[in-house]
Design a protein around this ligand. Sequence first.
Ligand SMILES: Nc1ncnc2c1ncn2[C@@H]1O[C@H](COP(=O)(O)OP(=O)(O)OP(=O)(O)O)[C@@H](O)[C@H]1O
Ligand SMILES: [Mg+2]
Length: 427
Amino acid sequence: MADQAGDPLFHSHDPIFNRKELLHVGHVPDEDRIVGRDDEIESVAAEVGAITRGDPPNNVMIYGKTGTGKSLISRHVATRAQDAARTNEIDCGVLYIDCSEANTETRATRQLALSLKEQTDYQENIPVRGVGTMEYYQHIWQILEACFDAIIVILDEIDKLDNSNILMQLSRAREAQKTDAYIGVIGISNKVKYRETLDERIDSSFGHRELFFHPYDASQLREIMRNREDAFQPAVLEDGTIELCAALAAKKHGDARKAIEILKEAGELARRTGSEAVSEDHIQQAQEVAEINRIEELTSGATVHAKLALYALASRIITGDRETYKTREVYERYVGICELVATDPITENGLYRQLKEQAFLGVIESEKTGGGRSQGSYLLHRLVTDPKHIVKAVRRDSSLEELPTYDRLSGSESSSRAHDTDLSSFS
Ligand SMILES: Nc1ncnc2c1ncn2[C@@H]1O[C@H](COP(=O)(O)OP(=O)(O)OP(=O)(O)O)[C@@H](O)[C@H]1O
Ligand SMILES: [Mg+2]
């Protein structure tokens, strides 16, 4: 081939990354890159595995925080079960439904029917609109009867479904003589309370086992990242970088997706600044950016008042000498902040509810403290993360960018007179 010098504007060689796609958010790692989840893989296999021997499977619910490998492991086990079934001459289908998109029974059954059709040579037309749930179920039962001995249905983010009737339909299908095929359901949720929301009838017919996936610890995260080291050019990652990244991620959240993102961001940073290697310093910086992104993501659906409440708590911590503050103290600061951004404050009780919501999201922790018999009990709020990150994340909301920066709050930037007056209202 002729020498292609190409346009010098675009470097043909990436000095940092070799196979960057290994670090992309949507990348599904190959089997041999899944590490640190052997026990979980075995537990899921134990529930659905009977299918591979032609026996009825158990339904299972997998709970766990974000980035703990729930989706990955479910798909992995289901595919392996399908392969194992095939060697025993059992036709097992695998269906994956993301219930955050297919969030109604009609959408979910439509997707089930359509993906079943896609996997078989079912000839009947399945309309995409204008028909109801019952018709989709009819297609599902017919395809199952005609083409499968068993199926594994993964219902990811199952708590996003507006009703859980589909669980009852799937678990009663054999009993109701809709089909002879065995159906194993793997439900996935990061809301541990999901089961409590289930109708008693559905809960009892679904009769599932429950598994909990815990956040990854530092050594598991290290293994996961080591297994993708070839995303980088040889010798680009300095010694200790993966260890540091794993330690930081384990301390904050134990989320594998976030850990990988930090590694990728550190590489980008190294490349942007023209460095030849990724250093611990790059990891530290990338971790800060990732943490701010995480908070922004967590609070993205929150109201302006929730953001202002968070900002108020952060600002009290920055300007004060304590780590925890009472609702009343946060409220006082919040009212001053509302003035800064020309917003009418909500009531103290409303703010209390906003804080409780944030506690649910895992951004703050609230603890009930007894103030002695006469004083009654009250809540003390603390931030789970660095207040600096909260200030940055909240200021990214374009309607709140007028709020003082961290440097201004902490006094490390010489503030202008105008802002001296601003801050004086924060008594
Ligand atoms: N054990 C593992 N080995 C290798 N990579 C992993 C492992 N666990 C997670 N990952 C990586 O982290 C990403 C996130 O995992 P996954 O999507 O399974 O998490 P999840 O628990 O479903 O999170 P969410 O609740 O946010 O959906 C995966 O795409 C994968 O790249
Ligand atoms: Mg998932």
